[in-house]
Design a protein around this ligand. Sequence first.
Ligand code: 6GU
Length: 244
Amino acid sequence: MIYHIMTLFPDMVNEAMQHSMIGRARDNHHIQMNFINIRDYANNKHHKVDDYPYGGGAGMVMQPAPIYDAYKAVERTLSTKPRVIYLTPQGKTFNQKLAMELAQEQEMVLLCGHYEGIDERVIDMIVTDQISIGDYVLTGGELAAMVVIDAVSRLIPGVLNNVSSAETETFDKGLLEYPQYTRPLEFMGRKVPDVLVSGHHKNIEVWRNEQALIRTYQRRPDLIKHTDLSQQEKKILDNYCKNR
Ligand code: 6GU
């Protein structure tokens, strides 16, 4: 996967994405990041890329020309038209399903806006997808681009050392994860649940499925569609509710 990141703050993204799994994925060439500094495409000697909004109002708006020229410079290096993702609170809310869809691409362009936004005309001309990472407002698209890159990259084969963990985790089955424990067996008087040290693999699996279901029911009832539950799962939740 090649991410072409169009931004006024390439160092912010580059430096943040040098650590842990994503840093290793870059070192191993499972993913590649190409930074395009939009300011390099400013056509004036002060390298100004924003101006006052027509019609008035607070803040500044990013001008269309530098963004258009920056995009065309990327496009010229590619043989096919990539998806061009504009990170904006006006976009479609990002989720695991969209991450899985984007992980199928060979490359993508991520456009990070700043100030009050980007001139609508260049959005109409080059953008294919608009994505928001949630219902709150950030100062720029860079953090959102990093969220998308992180969530997509971990789905690319070879990026996680554990092949199956990307598949079995939270949201794949539409449920939250079961609780995890490691050594010591007892911490400040609190013991690890007996079943996990029983060595009985079937019982462990049953217990984990129950925990995942109950936890989702407690914390994110919106994720549970009762029609999708098996008879067995309905029984687990009924039991849990009765014994509370
Ligand atoms: Cl993608 N950008 C900005 N600036 N704020 C956001 C966002 C994106 N998603 C949520 N808030």
